[in-house]
Ligand binder design. Structure first.
Ligand code: ZN
Length: 1019
């Protein structure tokens, strides 16, 4: 799946330049949690520890773990510590180090530490005694001792009887082999009936079959076996809290036997974006119609049919859809027959996970093309069929590329890509039937910009990569979601770079890596491979870390072990595990087969996937020696942080780099090391092209040498390196390693810069500062920040033409610079934009506008009431989603409070403006001063409706929480945000996005305390 916020690169991540300052003064429990281990991490000691172990032993709910515990648990796992060592004493000690109530910092004295150590030892001893007395040992399966606690935790089914299963994960004593599914959706009543026959195999003798079902009204259930004369009725117990049902067999189910479970049921088509859901749309005659489509990942297949809804339970599926005569149906597999008039039967699927099952009942049209015995088709609403050609060409090219690159053929005879008119994610990789938002599949020559083309191409590349990474080989459980999403994201950029080099998407990849590192440097971050159980935790795994950090780590590995070995490794992995399920270790084992003892990939990569955050590498040059040292980014030299150790494949270049050997590589697997150069150099730059996932700090002379280099000979470094230096220096300002003015001093070289990547990174950093200052009501100061940058960019702004000419990079550059100029009223930007808007308006929207500046033109036009109203009327009639997207952003950029409220409310209702747009609308609304307060009020007032529509933990909710709070920088707002989320359920206050939001505000407050005075004096 590709969350929409990721796909359009609009994810609003918190501020790294700010966040770190706080930690110098406020060490959080994460450090203390690691106190027991002062030796370097030994990744091989890491063990998987399911949370159910806690449930069984303590007899407690799964959500009891608080933030401190979570940190500690993850650290404990990393350090190979026994679960028993977790102690509340530790946490109490940790609390002692927290910031005191008056806001000052309590740096622990030696005496405090000694006292804490004693308390710690006592607490650990007490806990160990408590745990050891019942002779309970912890293993992967939890506590083996059968005691009363275990008996007590069996829940009650809805009928009051004891439900025979007490875990969130299904048992593995019965496994599904095959599903026969018949569905009868009624688009008039918006209900559906279903019947599923599941053939299961028994691994361990049992009387119960436990599987998933959510919101289904089960009317009949029977069980048959080859040895039985006839099907026997069975009782079904339901436990809705975990979406589980238990089929109680009349006899013991015997090991090795197959049984067929038949369940008849009915339900309503969903009015959310999950499960089997309904979508209303206007047809070409403007009449309201309905279609029904599915979105199952991660946990919604169970709401369309009873099933074993975990990714490792792979099976084959035979799907039959009974439908109205006027509709047609699609599913993963090709249609094999029409029986009667209204039933479509699809051929039996390959062995696959439930979350990849899909079907659609609708009135769509398509165009198709055959490649390598696979028929590729693009489906859209009939009136949009003119916008599908780009997608078809792109999909065919990419399918051919992947087959060659992996040396594994796409295994199905058909591949459908379908544009769904209302869709929450960016796209979903259902095997053979990929679903998309209209904006991520359709391309309209008149209204789609260079960036839109990149977006459509990228999303197709991502979803096609999933046909191998995810569909053919699937992560065993959601803790390793990164195996699916990190790989698909990595392959998305790689395939585009190989297949469509003119799109220059490697810079796009760079941009999202910067943003992801901001998120990953928060204490609320998580290792990309993290234990998850509850539905909210699983939903929250769909974040920038699983996607972008996962992809970044693969990029770093590929650069280090070289492309050929990397390719051979992933080919090996895909071959070894086709139609199977994997853990992260399986990938590293496949890589190690290729490196053959020359490098232990598993040892190296475990330090990256099992630790949150990333390293800061500090470089000091003395003559020909380079002293390099690592620590966790943002932590002060604080001995607790020493438990963090990464194996970092360093890369570096110098002014005397030998072109045959450059960039140089060095594996830093210790805290520090010295690299000897062959000769003295004038400058050195580490993390070449930012292919590594770390930030670099230099000694003052080396920073000065690099700044001089930028000013005098900027092409000595690549555009990516230049963008990386800008990103690094502003990140370092946040942790107080570099003064703010030095970062602005570096930006002075921008006068000579003409490349998109460094300029957009500079504007991004400046905008962060601008937003923070402006939202505190200091418009004068905010304007002075912009003035400072304008002086550097003025000639570039003036040089821009309002056309679609040039390379993709030039077009993107124009789009970025003019959007910045018009939004800050620089030069004559708004005059030109207004002129273009008026001409377009006078032509009643028929005059074509340059697509790359269309959004800027609309945004400027929407500043007047007339312009806004006209845009809204055009929005409702346009059939181009690309155009509508730009219009909507313009409409949401007004500062008229009434209009903003109306937009958010209308989108939440989902009729005139679809609810799929809401998180994007809010992300635009918050950009203005009145808007950011309004958006937060809107979120508070409509919280219940929001989580009903979008699900707790979903990326839409993550995005809404982040964007509506990330600009706050006062104690009053901090208290308000905290109080609001705490007043909701425990689940809400424990959401990771909520923790991130609170941490970000705290960091904003600190940043303002540190830097505001400097800014005021300097500007
Ligand atoms: Zn994906």
């Amino acid at each position: 799946m590709l969350p929409y916020s990721h796909s359009v690169n609009r994810i609003q991540l918190p501020r790294n330049m700010i966040e770190n300052s706080m930690f110098e003064e406020e060490p959080d429990v994460v450090d203390l949690a690691k106190e027991p281990c002062l030796h370097p991490l030994e990744p091989d000691e890491v063990e998987y520890e399911p949370r159910s172990s806690r449930l069984l032993v303590r007899g407690l709910g799964e959500n009891e773990m608080d933030e401190d515990e979570e940190d500690y648990e993850s650290s404990a796992k990393l350090l190979g510590m026994s679960f028993m060592n977790r102690s509340t004493g530790l946490r109490n000690n940790a609390a002692g180090y927290r910031q005191s109530s008056d806001g000052s910092c309590s740096v622990p004295s030696l005496r405090t530490m000694v006292v804490c150590a004693i308390v710690l030892v006592i607490a650990v001893s007490v806990i160990m005694v408590i745990y050891l007395l019942p002779k309970c040992t912890f293993t992967k399966e939890g506590c083996h001792k059968k005691n009363h606690t275990m008996e007590l935790i069996y829940p009650l089914a809805t009928n009051g009887k004891r439900f025979p299963w007490a875990k969130t994960r299904l048992p593995s004593n019965v496994v599904p082999l095959h599903y026969d599914l018949v569905l009868q959706p009624n688009l008039t009543t918006t209900k559906f009936a279903g019947s599923v026959q599941i053939t299961v195999n028994v691994i361990q003798v049992t009387w119960n079959i436990i599987l998933h079902s959510s919101g289904l009204n089960i009317t009949k259930a029977t069980l048959t076996s080859a040895g039985w004369n006839q099907a026997k009725p069975v009782a079904v117990l339901e436990y809705p809290i975990r979406d589980q049902i238990a089929v109680v067999a009349p006899d013991a189910l015997l090991v090795g036997q197959n049984y067929t479970l038949i369940i008849d049921y009915s339900s309503n088509l969903s009015d959310t974006y999950y499960g089997f859901y309904k979508v209303s749309y206007k047809d070409e005659h403007a009449e309201k119609r309905w279609l029904a489509a599915t979105q199952f990942e991660p946990l919604a297949a169970r709401s369309a049919f009873p099933c074993f809804d975990e990714p490792a339970f792979k099976a084959t599926f035979l799907i039959k859809i009974q439908r109205d005569e006027q509709h047609s149906a699609l599913s993963n597999m090709p249609k094999v027959q029409l029986s009667g008039i209204v039933q479509d039967e699809f051929s039996v699927s390959l062995k696959m996970s439930t979350y990849l099952v899909a079907f659609i009942v609708a009135n769509l049209k398509n165009i198709s093309k055959e490649t390598n015995r696979t028929l590729v088709s693009i489906y859209a609403m009939p009136q949009k069929l003119g916008q599908v050609e780009h997608a078809l060409d792109t999909a065919v090219k990419l399918l051919e590329f992947y087959q060659k690159y992996f040396h594994i053929e796409y295994p199905l005879q058909k591949l459908d890509l379908v544009a769904i008119p209302d869709f929450q994610a960016g796209a979903m990789e259902n095997w053979g039937l990929i679903t998309f938002r209209e904006t991520t599949l359709l391309f309209d020559n008149k209204t789609s910009s260079a960036m839109d083309k990149k977006l459509v191409t990228a999303v197709i590349a991502h979803e096609l990569a999933h046909q191998w990474f995810g569909n053919l080989v699937t992560m065993e459980w959601w803790n390793d979601l990164w195996l699916n999403e990190g790989f698909a994201t990595f392959m998305e950029y790689f395939a585009m770079d190989r297949t469509f080099p003119e799109l220059q998407t490697d810079e796009e990849f760079l941009k999202v890596r910067f943003k992801t590192m901001m998120k990953d440097s928060l204490n609320a971050s998580h290792p990309i491979s993290s234990a998850v159980q509850s539905s909210e935790q699983i939903e929250e795994m769909f974040d920038a870390l699983s996607y972008i950090k996962g992809a970044s780590l693969l990029l770093m590995l590929k650069k280090y072990i070289k492309h050929d070995s990397f390719q051979a490794g992933i080919e090996n992995y895909l071959h070894n595990h086709s139609y199977g399920s994997t853990r992260s270790d399986d990938l590293w084992d496949s890589m190690n087969e290729i490196t053959n003892g020359t490098l232990d990939v598993k040892k190296l990569m475990k330090t990256w996937i099992l630790q949150k955050g990333f390293p800061l590498v500090t470089v000091k040059r003395q003559g020909k020696s380079l002293h390099v040292q690592q620590e966790r980014f943002f932590l002060k030299k604080y001995f607790f942080s020493y438990s963090y150790l990464w194996h970092i494949p360093l890369s570096y270049t110098t002014n005397k780099c030998n072109p045959f050997l450059c960039p140089y590589a060095y594996l830093l697997d210790q805290k520090s090391a010295t690299i000897e150069l062959q000769e003295e150099v004038a400058w050195v730059k580490f993390n070449v092209d930012m292919n590594g996932y770390y930030i670099v700090h230099y000694a003052e002379d080396d920073w000065n040498a690099l700044i001089d280099l930028l000013k005098n000979n900027l092409t000595a470094l690549s555009a990516k390196d230049r963008a990386h230096l800008i990103n690094n220096i502003f990140s370092l300002v946040g942790i107080g390693k570099v003064p703010l003015l030095k970062a602005f001093h570096l930006l002075d070289y921008l006068v000579k810069e003409n490349h998109t990547a460094p300029i957009s990174q500079a504007l991004f950093q400046v905008n962060l500062i601008y937003d923070l200052v402006e939202k505190r009501g200091m418009q004068d100061l905010a304007a002075r920040v912009v003035d400072r940058v304008e002086k550097l960019l003025r000639s570039k702004i003036d040089q821009q033409t309002w056309t679609d000419d040039g390379t993709i990079s030039e077009r993107e550059f124009r789009s970025t610079v003019l959007a910045f100029a018009c939004s800050h009223h620089l030069g004559n930007c708004r005059t030109t934009a207004t002129k273009l808007f008026e001409e377009w308006k006078a032509s009643n929207g028929t005059k074509s506008l340059p697509t790359d500046v269309m959004k800027t033109v609309f945004t400027t036009g929407a500043k007047t009431d007339d312009g806004w109203e006209f845009l809204l009327s055009m929005y409702t009639s346009s059939v181009s989603e690309a155009e509508k997207h730009k219009m909507l952003e313009a409409l949401a950029s007004t500062e008229d409070v009434r209009k903003l409220i109306w937009l958010m409310q209308t989108s939440l209702e989902g009729d005139l403006i679809r609810a799929q747009e809401l998180s994007h609308i809010i992300a635009t609304v918050i950009q203005s001063l009145p808007g950011h307060l309004l958006a937060w009020d809107f979120v508070k007032e409509n919280w219940e409706k929001l989580i009903r529509k979008f699900h707790l933990g979903s990326f839409a909710i993550q995005n809404i929480v982040t964007v509506s709070t990330f600009q706050f920088s006062t104690e009053a707002h901090l208290l308000e945000v905290k109080t609001f989320f705490e007043s909701k359920s425990e689940k809400v206050s424990q959401l990771r996005c909520v923790k991130e939001a609170i941490e970000t505000i705290q960091l904003n407050i600190k940043w303002m305390e540190r830097n505001l005075a400097t800014l005021q004096q300097w500007l």
